[in-house]
Design a protein around this ligand. Structure first.
Ligand code: ZN
Length: 238
């Protein structure tokens, strides 16, 4: 990205994991900003399929949406192995996903999104982008305290102060449910975008892409598949 005055205002960095939510957020950003870059985090996820999906999604967006492709800049993957050192959860180990005390599932990595925002903020500073876009959502699932709106707003203030530069964090999915997320993809890019997200985004906690359901690939029974399936069915029925 260039450092010309005002350029940061029209540039965004999207926290892009390769899931349904962040893929929709990437389309949302491409619809709004002249220059869009993406960042993903490699923290030793036990299933690498998520990282493969994000590459496929970016390629498919470039191929299927030439206007957006012209705005889509570099993709950054940051290695964050330190998360594996401080977590003992079902995301990085072969452990069963269960809901523990306090209602937090074993997929919870304490403070993960705080770290991601700090890293994304630093990268955005380097890349001359003022806007961060992320797929946090309180509506379907508020079990992760670092996905809550108050946390995100606090991070926006912390980054703005700590980087001494205005940072805006956008979470377009914060108050809509998974059915609304499909509706947003449809509004942004129609059948082509919905089809692309169906085919290439990944949600399943178990990394299962063996079976193609109406709502995409997944084991069909883990909490992430359940949410995705239910949201798809509600949107189709609407
Ligand atoms: Zn699953």
């Amino acid at each position: 990205m260039t450092e010309t005055p005002g350029a940061a205002e029209s540039a965004a960095l999207v926290l892009f994991s390769g899931g349904q939510d962040s893929a929709t957020c990437l389309a949302w950003a491409l619809d709004r900003y002249e220059r869009v870059e993406t960042v993903g985090f490699d923290y030793g996820q036990r299933h690498r399929v998520e990282l493969d999906c994000r590459t496929r999604l970016i390629e498919a967006l470039r191929a299927g949406f030439p206007d957006w492709g012209g705005r889509l800049g570099a993709d950054h993957v940051l290695d964050v192995p330190v998360l594996g050192q401080i977590s003992d959860t079902a995301l990085t180990r072969e452990a069963e996903i269960v809901v523990g005390e306090g209602g937090l599932p074993s997929t919870f990595v304490p403070g993960r999104n705080l770290l991601f925002f700090a890293l994304a903020g630093a990268l955005a500073w380097r890349r001359g982008a003022r806007h961060l876009v992320a797929g946090m959502c309180e509506t379907d699932y508020s079990g992760y305290p670092d996905c809550r709106d108050d946390t995100v707003k606090a991070m926006q203030v912390a980054l703005t102060l700590g980087l001494d530069r205005r940072v805006s964090i956008h979470t377009p999915l914060m108050w809509i449910d998974k059915a609304g997320t499909w509706a947003m993809a449809d509004a942004l890019g129609g059948d082509a975008l919905v089809g692309l997200i169906l085919e290439d985004s990944h949600s399943c906690y178990l990394g299962d892409r063996g079976v193609r359901h109406d709502w995409g690939y997944g084991c069909g029974t883990c909490p992430a598949c359940e949410l995705r399936r239910a949201g798809w069915e509600r949107w189709r029925a609407a």
